[in-house]
Design a protein around this ligand. Structure first.
Ligand code: 0T9
Length: 376
């Protein structure tokens, strides 16, 4: 059964053909209306914190080993939101709005049950190719997450293969001015179900979480047709500093539950998650994602694609004009919340420990100048 509306069969077929003929930046391809999402990619970093108590719990762990376990538990527990939530909310994976340069997304998770408030600052730092930088901070627990995201896409065997570019660094500020840092790399995605017009993400290959203390999590992803034949499987091994022997092994389904090697529960994301709190569109500034895209998003939600495409053209024309003005004035767009560095020393240092590929990556360093978000 196909999820493609009869009237859009032709445009879906030609969209798939253009994907197949093309690799690189898919965001610029025009897709048929039924597959458009009203949500911009600048909102996606919020998936890192939809279980704020697991993020906060990293600070409460007793020692280096426990902190590595807590980071892994939090990370695995974000995957369901990151990779399956559009299917749950929108019926399938959909093509997100392609953020404009300078687009912002701010939000927070309130301080309840003693976990502290967590704040989120996101900025679109490149339009072509799309690159999104983010900063997440739970100040009272001393935990921060800084990262950026880009994608390289190709087409193979009827699926879109997405290589994620970028990495994240989680920092835990310990008492006595000490800190521990974790380099987080990102899994590879395969987008299946394209033929039927109901795309979904499967994860593949391996990602890593390298602690500055030497503890290393190696996470392997498998889909249907491997091991148990189920979708969304993972196996993670945690190795102590300087060793290749697993001290802990965790296995299960990243969108449901997992266990350690003795059968004790490790992750369980079958319960509700907490979406980020965001100011109303009226309170947002003109660069904030939901305000910037409000008319396009309404068109998509209400099925009024004439409005959606007219409003989208306005935004794109405005962007083109800004770029022309910059060229004419000999100026350059200034990032608001992040400084670009062409090589991240922490990535190189921690990446060496597990032979990260590539051996070096650029990064966007938060300027510590986010907005004042409400607090309880
Ligand atoms: C970072 C995440 C990322 C962003 C999305 C590939 C994708 C854009 C990037 C990698 C988040 O932390 C996790 C989840 C989903 C990823 C998206 C899935 C997707 O399909 C899009 C791409 C650009 C498309 O829109 C492809 C065309 C579309 C018709 C298929 C649904």
């Amino acid at each position: 059964a196909s999820a493609v509306p009869a009237s859009q069969k032709g445009s879906w077929a030609s969209f798939l053909k253009s994907i197949a003929a093309f690799s690189g930046d898919l965001s610029s391809l025009t897709a048929p209306p039924f597959i458009l999402s009203p949500i911009s990619l600048t909102e996606f970093p919020a998936y890192w914190c939809e279980r704020p108590e697991l993020f906060a719990a990293i600070a409460d762990a007793k020692n280096e080993e426990d902190r590595s376990i807590a980071v892994l538990r939090w990370f695995i527990s974000t995957l369901k939101g990151q990779y399956t939530s559009r299917n749950e909310k929108l019926g399938s994976e959909k093509k997100p709005l392609n953020p404009v340069l300078g687009e912002l997304f701010y939000g927070y998770w309130p301080d309840i049950k003693g976990r502290g408030q967590t704040n989120l600052v996101v900025e679109q730092v490149s339009h072509h190719p799309p690159i999104t930088a983010y900063w997440i901070e739970n100040a009272s627990k001393g935990i921060t997450l800084q990262g950026h995201n880009a994608q390289k896409t190709s087409f193979s065997g009827g699926s879109i293969i997405v290589k994620q570019i970028g990495h994240a660094v989680l920092t835990v500020n310990l008492p006595e001015g000490k800190k521990e840092q974790f380099l987080i790399t990102l899994p590879r995605l395969r987008i299946d179900g394209l033929w039927y017009g109901s795309p979904y993400v499967e994860l593949s290959e391996t990602s890593y979480i390298q602690s500055s203390t030497g503890w290393l999590s190696t996470i392997e992803y498998k889909g249907k047709g491997y091991f148990s034949g189920k979708s969304h499987q993972f196996k993670a091994v945690l190795t102590p500093p300087g060793s290749n022997n697993a001290k802990h092994t965790y296995e299960g389904l990243w969108h449901e539950k997992s266990k350690d090697s003795r059968g004790a529960p490790f992750t369980d994301v079958t319960g509700p998650k907490e979406e980020v709190t965001v100011a109303s569109v009226e309170q947002q500034n003109e660069w904030e994602s939901r305000r910037l895209w409000q008319h396009v998003a309404r068109g998509i939600r209400e099925g009024d694609f004439e409005v959606a495409s007219r409003e989208k053209s306005k935004i794109e024309n405005d962007q083109r004009q800004r770029r022309r003005d910059e060229v004419a004035a000999g100026t350059k767009w200034e990032l608001k919340h992040f400084d670009y560095i062409d090589s991240d020393p922490l990535y190189e240092e921690l990446g060496r420990l597990f032979k990260a590929v590539p051996p070096t990556e650029d990064a966007y360093v938060y300027k510590q100048n986010g907005p004042t978000l409400p607090s309880a």
